[in-house]
Design a protein around this ligand. Sequence first.
Ligand SMILES: [Fe+2]
Ligand SMILES: [Fe+2]
Length: 238
Amino acid sequence: MSKVTQAFRDHHRELSNQLSNYAASFAQGEKTADAQAFAAFLKNDLVPHAAGEEAQLYPLVDDLVRAHGKPTATMRVDHEYIQDYVTQIEAAADELAHTAPDKQTELRAKLGRLGLELNALFQVHLAKEEEVYLPLFEQYVSDEAQQRVLNAMHGDHDPSTTQRIDVRVIPPPQRHMLIFQTFEGLGPGEAFELVNDHDPKPLYYQFSAERAGEFTWEYFEQGPQVWRVRVGKASKHN
Ligand SMILES: [Fe+2]
Ligand SMILES: [Fe+2]
C-alpha cells in the first residue's frame, strides 16, 4: 500500500472515529456532549473531505474504473455491508428469543440501533440505484430486455429462453460445436442461456466475427462467480 493511500485510509478512520464518538455520546444521553462542536466537525472536516474527493480524486477514479475497474464494485460492497447487518440482526433476534423478558431492554435497544444504521445505508443504496442505474437502464435497454431482467430477478422463466448450456460441465473440445449448433437451431427471437465461470467474452468475439448482426448478447449475471448470458437469434426485422 502506498503512503498516500494509507494517508487516505488514516484520514477516513479519523473522521469515522470522531463521528462515532459524537453519535455515541448523544445516543447515551451524555449531558456534556457538545452539539455545536458536533455540527462544526461535520461542516469543517467531513463535508470538505467529500468536496476534496469530488474535485481531485473522483475525476481520476472515473478514468481508472473505465480502464481497469468494475463500475458496480462499489454497490457490491454496499450489499456486503447490508448482509453483515442482516447477520447481526439475526443473531440479536436469536439471542432475544433466549433472554428473559426483564433482561431484554439492552438487546431491544441494540436491534433498534442496528435497524437505524442499516436503514441509513439502505436509503443511500436505493438512491444510488434509482438515481444512477435505473435511468441508464431505462434509457439504453430495450423494453423487452428490461422485462426479462425483472422476470429473472423474480425467478420467472424467460419463455424465449428454452435451452440452457452450462459450459462449466462441458468438456472444452465440445463447447464450441454445442454452442453454435444450439444457436443454429434457434428460431428468430429465440434464445438460449449460457452459463460459465468466467466472462465468455472470447465467444462474443467469435459470434461477432461469424454471425455479425444475427445474434443478440445480454448478460443476466456478470460474476464474480457465475456469468449468465442470454444468447439470442435476432428477429428478422432487426
Ligand atoms: Fe473519503
Ligand atoms: Fe441493491
